[in-house]
Design a protein around this ligand. Structure first.
Ligand SMILES: Cc1cc2nc3c(=O)[nH]c(=O)nc-3n(C[C@H](O)[C@H](O)[C@H](O)COP(=O)(O)OP(=O)(O)OC[C@H]3O[C@@H](n4cnc5c(N)ncnc54)[C@H](O)[C@@H]3O)c2cc1C
Length: 249
């Protein structure tokens, strides 16, 4: 509303719905996070740090303390700002978004949820209730890296990376970029290039270049399209290297 995108006749305050708040471990080792859980609580939560550390890492980079204390994970997801950290991370984690509406409950994969600038599959009578993060295999590492003009500004480009290494070879890879497209940008060609590789620095540099070459970013007062594309390759490479190092640590 502050952006004047919407001028609703009625407002429903979800702050007083306790069932929408909290983080719990699921029987399969995954996590369920209530949509109204504050960003600061996601960043500081021991379960999140243990099971999905990249989510805690990215949550801690959002805005400044007041924004993290007040903003919610569900609000960030439903708002669908292409420059937001959490949507990109949730796509990289293969998360599922649980939605409740007049027709009942449905689950939507994060990579199908975001439809474009500030646009999602949520209908007018839908609310997002939970974010479900599946368990990661052992030897999985993840990382989130972004570059902004100043700490706490929206980033000019960011990257979420998740990789699994088995016997020295990559068996699972996700690379999702933010602030360079109309939604979180998952580069499946990059992921395909990484699979089976040893994730050497050269492998990663090549793969990050593939992702950046696919982009047609917008330019704005903060960065030209060329600069943003170059920056995307840098943050993608750094996130993949960090994820690899964490997978082998
Ligand atoms: C100064 C400033 C700096 C910021 N910096 C960053 C940043 O660096 N990175 C970043 O990612 N974000 C940033 N944000 C955004 C912030 O983190 C929140 O994501 C955003 O303001 C949404 O806040 P909220 O959770 O209170 O949701 P609201 O403002 O209450 O809601 C946002 C939208 O989502 C809808 N919505 C909310 N919850 C639900 C639900 N459960 N189901 C269905 N629809 C729902 C609302 O109807 C509304 O359309 C910044 C915001 C400000 C004001």
């Amino acid at each position: 509303m502050a952006l004047r995108f919407a001028q609703p006749a009625h407002l429903v305050d979800l702050n007083r719905v306790p069932e929408l708040v909290g983080i719990r471990e699921l029987a399969d080792g995954g996590l369920s996070i209530g949509a109204m859980t504050r960003t600061a609580d996601v960043a500081a939560d021991a379960l999140v740090s243990g099971y999905a550390p990249v989510l805690a890492e990215a949550a801690g980079m959002i805005g400044h303390a007041a924004i993290r204390n007040r903003g919610t994970i569900g609000g960030s997801v439903a708002h669908a700002d292409p420059a937001a950290e959490l949507p990109a991370v949730l796509v990289a984690l293969d998360a599922t978004l649980r939605i409740r509406g007049r027709a009942g409950q449905r689950d939507v994969r994060a990579d199908e949820f975001f439809q474009g600038y500030f646009t999602t599959v949520l209908g007018e009578s839908d609310i997002l209730t939970d974010i479900v993060v599946p368990p990661s295999p052992v030897s999985t590492g993840s990382a989130f890296v972004e570059e902004a003009r100043r700490v706490s500004d929206f980033a000019m480009a960011g990257a979420a990376a998740v990789v699994t290494l088995e016997a020295g070879r990559c068996t699972h890879a996700r690379l999702v970029l933010m602030a360079v497209s109309d939604r979180p940008y998952r580069s499946q060609d990059t992921e395909a290039a990484l699979l089976g590789s040893a994730l050497t620095d050269d492998d990663i540099e090549r793969a990050a270049g593939i992702a950046a070459a696919e982009l047609t970013p917008n330019e704005d007062i903060h960065a030209s399209a060329d600069y943003r594309r170059a920056l995307a390759a840098v943050v993608a490479g750094r996130a993949l290297q960090l994820a690899r190092d964490r997978a082998t640590a």
